[in-house]
Design a binder for this molecule. Structure first.
Ligand code: AKG
Ligand code: FE2
Length: 301
């Protein structure tokens, strides 16, 4: 275990009352058990969900794209994903290929769709957009709940975070705040927001409407202060293994550990819901508009 684990530059309190590890689950468990656990914990950490070979093939495809684009240190094996002093770009600015058939087979294929059909009890659809995380050395992801980015359809919606490679504590994988999915009262005003919405009755409304300003959905920049106000331990995995799938709901507070290595941490995240329920239009279609200006809504606040 490293001496320090930081998120956004803030060292976490690693005492047992403040820090711990995720509960493991298996896809083969009874569906009622899994449903209950999702309700209790806000997440399911499914170990060995896919065969490692299948995920390795996706990793190979991603690292070879990164090498071609000049993001990997020249002369090093692509599988090591060695950082070449250039950030890759986040979410909609990420250049990796969303149409890669190996990737799509992994995150939208039979294995995961049939899991969600069993879990949700009906026909399932996924968002078409795939979020790539290509995290070089340094700061992890902002602490947030997914709802503020994708809450215009059903809230009975689930994220699956997929490590494309083994992710050690030093490399910095996902962290979640225990029990935070049950803090809807405390987080009421945060959860009511939407990153592409702005208040028409505020002075800076024009800046939001024109795209000059954007709220990025961050809940807190200080993991310790947030923990103090909401309670719960920060949870992660000693090692997210390639083949694991981490599923969670829209109101679970999460972020990621800072990357203390010189290698990229590679992962994707994707979303699943019942097909019969409304879907957030920002993430649907051949080329989803995402946070495009046209998706920006003004309202009186
Ligand atoms: O991988 C990360 O750093 C953040 C992932 C995330 O926010 C998500 O999967 O919803
Ligand atoms: Fe997220």
């Amino acid at each position: 275990m490293p001496n320090t684990l930081c998120t956004l530059g803030v060292p976490l309190d690693l005492s047992p009352a403040k820090f711990g590890f995720l509960r493991d689950s298996r896809a083969s468990e009874d569906v009622s058990t899994l449903n209950q656990r999702m309700q209790d914990d806000g997440y399911l950490y499914l170990r060995e969900f896919w065969f490692r070979e299948q995920v390795q093939a996706v990793r190979d495809s991603v690292t070879s794209q990164l090498a071609k684009l000049g993001f990997l240190k020249p002369g090093t094996p692509p599988d090591e994903a060695q950082y070449n002093n250039r950030e890759v770009g986040r979410a909609m600015g990420n250049p990796l290929d969303q149409q890669d058939p190996l990737l799509r087979e992994l995150v939208f294929g039979q294995e995961i769709v049939s899991f969600f059909e069993r879990f949700l009890g009906g026909t399932v659809r996924h968002f078409d957009f795939i979020w790539f995380r290509t995290k070089g050395p340094g700061l992890g992801s902002p602490i947030h709940c997914d709802l503020v980015y994708m809450g215009r359809g059903t809230h009975n919606l689930f994220t699956t975070w997929v490590p494309l490679g083994d992710v050690s504590l030093e490399t910095g994988g996902l962290i979640v705040l225990e029990g935070s999915h049950r803090k809807s009262e405390e987080l009421k005003s945060y959860l009511a927001r939407d990153v592409d919405e702005f208040c028409t009755n505020r002075e800076d409304a024009a800046d939001y409407a024109s795209g000059k300003k954007w709220w990025d959905g961050t809940l807190s920049k200080n993991a310790n202060a947030l923990q103090k106000s909401l309670g719960g331990r920060w949870l992660t995995s000693r090692e997210f293994r390639m083949g694991d799938a981490m599923m969670f709901n829209m109101t679970l507070v999460h972020g990621s550990l800072d990357n203390q290595t010189e290698r990229f941490r590679l992962s994707t995240d994707t979303r699943y819901q019942l097909a019969a329920e409304p879907a957030d239009e920002r993430w649907i279609g051949k080329s989803p508009p995402g946070h495009a200006l046209a998706m920006r809504h003004g309202r009186v606040c």
